[in-house]
Design a protein around this ligand. Structure first.
Ligand SMILES: *Cc1c(COP(=O)(O)O)cnc(C)c1O
Length: 423
């Protein structure tokens, strides 16, 4: 990333800008302030927001200037805690394609459907955005040993970015985490442990075992910066849609950082005056019937979610029985006029195939839950036919090989079949 001295806010010395335009961190629970120049975690076990001097951002950068920049998440650097410091930990986080999907739209009964396809990011999921940002900050703040409990993709992404930054990494995951996640984490050199339990058990092992031993807990929403990285999904979406947000966004929700981050992005863009219209997308929080604590809380009108009992789903990223940011997710959905809905666990593969076959997009089972929810929402008239709908594909299907296993016909090499007939 090139240094751009002209982007510095007027009258502010360079040295104080280790966190760019960030002014402070703020408790999502009660607004308590914390300084951003030192290591922070949570306030009363609940997340911290990163706050910016948005008027100064607005004086330093315009939408037109963005358009000239390299197509990576770092093009939004003034809205990230990096400012114009080029020292970021990067594996090439390109802007992801926003693909118009007319055939899938037709099958679902919609006029306008796009898939924002995150499957091409480093380690094959959108977790790269959060970890690129969080590892960048961890290194700047002098941390050396990073640990994470994971349902799969977060561990792989942290392992890759820690390796890139030359930092130590510890990953703790349930023993039934998808195979690719288990092995890629080891491949990237992380100390990797499997647990006979849930991600909440892994979280406890990190908190009670690793943290006292000097490891920093990189769990989602337990440090402030993964959220800022994931926020770039919302910034990118706005820019790709020419600053007119869609009517509906479907997001596969586990810990909820992506959904919360996108809503934060929309708020910041609105404050900057960069959006062409006042309408915000209705946010659909999509879960699997095998683990749907937020759907239950939303239906009950509750502010917090009860932990899911016996959570099971092939969509590993959705297997989060209790999210620390539950109240933030529920508030964000309600404020947007959206809702939380579940898709039938037993049909996830069917929806993966539907999207993959009709559009050629490598859809993960988490996103398949969004397809199922969308199908139901259109059928019930919750989403009207003419709405502009965006569905997030948060990862690549290839990461779930065991779920994709099928019998494939074996051809006899000496007596090949007749391909001219029906195959
Ligand atoms: C982690 C993950 C999710 C859930 O994301 P949150 O932002 O934590 O809700 C969805 N899909 C995939 C593929 C994931 O890895």
């Amino acid at each position: 990333m090139p240094r751009a001295a002209r982007l510095r806010p007027v009258g502010v010395p360079d040295e104080t800008r280790v966190t760019g335009f960030v002014t402070h961190l703020e408790s999502a629970l009660d607004g308590t302030h914390y300084p951003a120049e030192t290591i922070q975690t949570t306030h009363r076990d609940r997340p911290l927001w990163v706050r910016y001097d948005l008027p100064a951002v607005g004086r330093s950068v315009t939408r037109e200037m963005l358009a000239e920049r390299a197509p990576t998440m770092w093009r939004y650097r003034e809205l990230l805690p990096v400012g114009d410091d080029p020292d970021v930990v990067s594996l090439g986080e390109t802007m992801t394609p926003l693909l118009e999907c007319p055939r899938l739209a037709g099958k679902l009964g919609l006029d306008h459907l796009w898939i924002k396809d995150e499957s091409g990011l480093p380690t094959g999921s959108f977790k790269a955005r959060g970890m690129a940002m969080a590892v960048t900050m961890a290194r700047r703040l002098g941390l050396r040993r990073l640990a994470v409990p994971t349902a799969g993709n977060a561990g792989a992404a942290l392992a890759a970015y820690a390796a890139r930054a030359g930092l130590d990494c510890l990953v703790v995951m349930p023993k039934d985490t998808p195979m690719v996640n288990r092995y890629e984490t080891v491949l990237f050199g992380a100390a990797t442990f499997l647990v006979d339990g849930l991600i909440s058990d892994c979280g406890r092992i990190v908190r009670e075992g690793a943290v006292p031993a000097g490891w920093f807990d990189m769990s989602t929403l337990k440090e402030p910066y993964r959220l800022e990285g994931k926020k770039t999904m919302g910034l990118e979406l706005a820019e790709q849609m020419n600053w007119r947000l869609p009517d509906v966004v479907l997001y596969p929700t586990g810990g909820g950082t992506g959904l919360i981050g996108m809503c934060k992005a929309f708020d910041e863009l609105a404050t900057l005056g960069w959006l062409e219209t006042d309408t915000r997308p209705r946010m659909f929080c999509c879960q699997s019937s095998g683990c749907a604590p937020l759907v239950e809380a939303f239906a009950k009108g509750a502010d917090y979610a009860e932990p899911a009992r016996d959570p099971h789903t092939i969509a590993a990223g959705l297997r989060v029985p209790g999210a620390v940011g539950d109240f933030m997710i529920l508030q964000a959905i309600r404020e947007s006029g959206g809702c939380a809905m579940e898709a039938d666990e037993d049909r996830l593969i069917e929806w993966m195939r539907l999207a993959s076959r009709t559009e050629g997009i490598s859809l993960c089972p988490e996103a398949a839950a969004c397809v199922g929810v969308l199908q139901q929402a259109v059928a019930e008239g919750i989403v009207e036919r003419d709405r502009r709908v965006v569905l997030f594909n948060t990862g690549a299907a290839q990461k779930y090989v065991e779920a994709l296993e099928v019998d494939i016909p074996l051809v006899d090499a000496r007596h090949p079949i007749d391909f001219a007939g029906p195959v």
